[in-house]
Each structure stands twice: as C-alpha cells, then as structure tokens.
Design a protein around this ligand. Sequence first.
Ligand SMILES: [Zn+2]
Length: 290
Amino acid sequence: MSIDVEDYFHVAALSGVIRPEQWGSLPSRVERNTERLLELFDSHDVKSTFFVLGWVADRFPQLIKKLADHGHEIASHGYSHQLIYNQSRETFREETIRSKALLEDIIGREVNGYRAASYSITKESLWALDILSEAGFTWDSSIFPIRHDRYGIPDSPSAPYSIETANGNVLREFPLTTAHVMGMAIPAAGGGYFRQFPYPVFRYLFRNASGFGDRPQMFYLHPWEIDPDQPRYNNASWFSRFRHYTNLDCCYGRLERLLQDFRFGTVSESYNAYEPDKTLLRSNQMIRLA
Ligand SMILES: [Zn+2]
C-alpha cells in the first residue's frame, strides 16, 4: 500500500491552470485527507508507505511525524512535484537531497525509498537513478512498465529488479502493478485507474496482475482522491478534469473494500519478505528496454 502525500493543486493534470507560485495561497486539504487515510488504515490494521512531498512536509511536519509514530513507512516524493525529465540534473540533485534531509529531520530516522512526481523516471531521465543512489536512496518506485502520454517505460520488467547505478551501488526498483490483457500491459496499480474502472473490474485486474500470488503488488492512491469536496477547476481541459475528478465520491468506499479483499503492508516490509528476481540491470541498459 502506498500513498503519495500531496495536495490537489500539486497534480500534473492541473498544472496548466494552477501555477506553483499560487500553491501557498490555496486552501490546503492534504492534512485532513491524510488523517482520514491514517484512521482508515489504523482501523484495518494496515501499514502503508507514505511518499511525502517536501512541500507538504515543510508545512505539516506534525502530520509526517504522526504517520511515522503510527508505524507507517515514510519515503520521499521529491520536493517540488516537477516532472524529472523537465528538470536539470542539478535542480533534481539539489531538491532530492534537501527533501530527504527534511523528512529525516522530522521523523529522526533514515529515509531510503523514493517515488518521482507522476512516475517521471522515463528513458529520458534514467540519470535520476544515479542521483538517487548518490543521495543515499536504496530503493525506488517510479518506473511504470506501460505506455502512457506522460510516463512509463514500456517493456521494462513488471517484477521487482535491481539496477546497478553509476557509483556501483544497487538500487532496488519496485514497478507499479500491471495486468496483461490480450498481450497488452494494463495499469492495475491504483490512482485514476482505481477510480475510473468499476471496482469489480479493478479487483479482477489486480487479482490477475503479473506475478500475483508469487510476489507483492504495488498499489497507490493520493489523499485528494478521497475528497469529493475539493475546489474544482472547470477551466482545466476536459481530459484533465476527467482524470482528476472522476469518481472522487466513491473512492473512499472502494478503498475500504480493497482493504477487505487483499492484504497490505509497507513497501519495505512486503518486499523484504519476498526474494526478488536476481536480474541485475545497469541503468544504461534500461534504455534498450524502452
Ligand atoms: Zn505525486
């Protein structure tokens, strides 16, 4: 179980109508929405990994501390929620190091896991893996093995794998869950797909995901996805509104059903209990997979 802790206005689908300079003046809803998820997980005795955006950690350190105190795993979602393939290596390095240190200061513990904004580690930004490793991260969950307009490395492995980075360290990669239907990789990991497909369809895909039963799967959601009362941006494109606003009102109920239908844990616990594929890839070899 993984949650990307960000507010409704951080989302890439709305970046055309909300500028980062406006974020500070918009009504924040991330604290209350994350608290609702925390209560839900606690009541189902589920531990989750929370990938926290540095921007949120700066403003709500007590929330992040509380998540950690309740036994959940804290990982990094970067600082600024900008797409990595649009950033310079220097900017990415600086904000990656800064946001990791910020989280570690708050929880008093090392932070080892990372997830890129909008899964933006693609074949154009594989250099980010080297910087993550340099910064001290030991695992990553940013590579979606699908074809998509904004993210994904199609044909990259759907099972966890290891990547040897430039400094010789190994980074473990936990791809987002996909199911294969008629030879095509269909996202079955959560988020918009969880809201847009009827729940029984999603459950079918998740149950039939590649390697289901043999290894842990990666589910993700955002706090704003359980919040139908968030401010609406009707000036966003039709497609962006479809992606962002579809079925916000039934997402919380679906998540409750999902927690009853499957067993969940933090990313580290789940994968430590599992012997990953021994496939070792160098990050430059990943390019050939794309
Ligand atoms: Zn995000």
